[in-house]
Design a protein around this ligand. Structure first.
Ligand SMILES: NC(=O)c1ccc[n+]([C@@H]2O[C@H](COP(=O)([O-])OP(=O)(O)OC[C@H]3O[C@@H](n4cnc5c(N)ncnc54)[C@H](O)[C@@H]3O)[C@@H](O)[C@H]2O)c1
Length: 258
């Protein structure tokens, strides 16, 4: 531990598992105080207790990021306890994959409510405090789907493109207030979401092997590898980085053809 995040009070959404949990672990080790938010209450509490046992400074709130009032209340209550938040990671997201014309209106709405509006709900809850304090940092977990398209995954990449647009818009809007807004674009990361995707094929092992073979390094990322990049972006080590996106995909998105 080197205290790279000493003095940071960070909200992380979707923190009960996967990339969100890996960031919680990495940020806590570097001295940050954290508010972990997830809609899966039991799993969130299990992980929060485990992290507190390691002496991490962890608050937790069960809330759905699509519920703006619940998010505002959770962040407001935690801020009373530990002080206004100076960092937010909008990580919670879901895959909504369809052939475009087969998509239901409900799935369109669910995709944009969680993957885009949810990030705005959380940003809106922290931005006034950051502006009043003269600075802060928001990190949106986008995806390589924010600038490339895999056929039949509509409309998830549309929402991630929009999240990148929101990153740029808010980054410019609040730069003069010292608030940095950036995106991190992972490629494939070994989380339950990706394991479920492989398990949706008749031969999951073959599906996994095919995914690995797409990558120049013949492997996908561990959640902890995404957390290391996020740690840098949320820290004060890149003070002039704003309104931009860092890709962490093992080279996948620059490969012309496997
Ligand atoms: N895993 C990958 O390969 C990959 C690649 C690129 C981008 N991403 C992005 O990274 C982020 C995290 O992905 P992951 O693979 O760790 O996911 P995950 O499914 O492992 O975990 C996501 C967490 O978010 C929570 N969550 C989902 N919707 C929520 C909501 N409405 N309100 C509150 N909590 C909610 C879930 O309960 C879960 O605990 C997502 O935004 C995803 O789009 C993932």
């Amino acid at each position: 531990m080197t205290d790279r995040l000493a003095g940071k009070r960070i909200v992380i959404t979707g923190a009960a598992q996967g990339i969100g949990l890996a960031m919680a672990e990495a940020f806590a080790k570097e001295g940050a105080a954290l508010l972990l938010i997830d809609r899966d209450g039991p799993l969130l509490e299990e992980q929060a207790v485990r992290l507190r046992d390691q002496r991490a400074h962890i608050l937790s709130a069960t809330a759905d990021i699509t519920d703006a009032a619940a998010i505002s209340s959770a962040i407001g209550q935690a801020a009373v306890e530990i002080g206004a938040f100076n960092a937010l990671v909008n990580n919670a997201g879901v895959n909504v994959f369809s052939e475009a014309l087969s998509l239901s209106d409900e799935d369109w709405t669910r995709c944009f409510d969680i993957n885009l509006k949810g990030a705005w709900n959380c940003s809106r809850a922290v931005l006034p405090g950051m502006i009043a304090a003269g600075g802060g940092v928001i990190l949106n977990i986008a995806s390589t789907h924010a600038f490339t398209i895999i056929p039949h995954t509509f409309p998830y990449p549309v929402a991630k493109h929009a999240l990148l647009g929101m990153t740029k818009a808010l980054g410019l809007e609040y730069a003069a207030h010292g608030v940095r807004v950036n995106a991190l674009a992972p490629g494939y990361v070994r989380t339950q979401k990706v394991i479920d995707y492989w398990n949706s094929f008749p031969d999951p092992a073959a599906a996994e092997a095919e995914t690995l073979s797409l990558h120049p390094g013949r492997r996908i990322a561990a959640p902890s590898e995404i957390a290391l990049a996020a740690l840098f972006m949320i820290s004060d080590e890149c003070p002039f980085m704003t309104a931009t996106c860092l890709t962490v995909d093992g080279g996948l998105s620059v490969l012309h053809h496997p």
